[in-house]
Ligand binder design. Structure first.
Ligand SMILES: [Zn+2]
Length: 75
């Protein structure tokens, strides 16, 4: 089995398997690199996790950064 690396971009929203202490499962990608920066969507707290850890903890990708643009009303 070949593991497929997860594609991550700044602005992607992820739902993790375990909730933050504030109760939110949803995080936004705010930094890319060897460590991935995530910001809690509820309390705004930022964390850094190794990419492998992010991939293991992610349950679902909620939206892509580019999808968010198309959903934003232009008016
Ligand atoms: Zn939080």
């Amino acid at each position: 089995m070949t593991p497929t690396p997860m594609h991550l971009d700044i602005g992607d929203r992820l739902r993790l398997r375990k909730p933050h202490p504030c109760g939110s499962y949803d995080w936004q990608v705010v930094r890319l690199g060897a460590d991935i920066g995530l910001r809690c969507e509820k309390c705004g707290r930022r964390i850094l996790l190794p990419r492998a850890e992010v991939e293991r903890r992610t349950r679902q990708v909620l939206s892509r950064a580019m999808d968010t643009d198309t959903n934003t009303p232009t008016s």
